[in-house]
Structures are given as C-alpha cells and as structure tokens.
Design a protein around this ligand. Structure first.
Ligand SMILES: [Zn+2]
Length: 69
C-alpha cells in the first residue's frame, strides 16, 4: 500500500507561549547534587533539574514534558 499524501508529523519545535513559572514538587540529594522535580504553575508541564551548589540556578536535566490531563 502506497500513500502519495500523508498527514504532516507534528513536531513541537515552537518555544513555550509563556515563561514557565517552575515550582518544586519534590527533591532529593544525590552524589552529583540535588535532583529537583519541578512543575510549571501556568501550564502544568514538568522538568527535572539538577542543583549543584546552593544559591545557583538549577540546570535542566530533561526536556519539558506534556502537561498531564
Ligand atoms: Zn508553563
């Protein structure tokens, strides 16, 4: 079976429509620093961050995930 036309594949390449407002859901210490699980208060997406030194901004260890519905 050959289809000459296929539906376009949706690739989420656009930046978020707002600047995420991350809130910490949980965190735990590891040998590399503190792993922080954050969630955006605005849209509900989640991300995992690594906080290596207290007082410095955490760095993202994952891409943002889709919001739970
Ligand atoms: Zn957001």
């Amino acid at each position: 079976m050959t289809a000459s036309q296929t539906l376009p594949i949706r690739i989420p390449t656009q930046p978020p429509l707002h600047e995420h407002a991350w809130s910490v859901e949980s965190a735990h210490r590891t040998s590399q620093g503190e792993i922080v699980y954050v969630r955006c208060d605005g849209c509900g997406v989640r991300r995992v961050d690594l906080r290596t030194v207290a007082g410095t901004p955490p760095t993202a260890q994952s891409r943002t995930t889709a919001a739970a519905r």
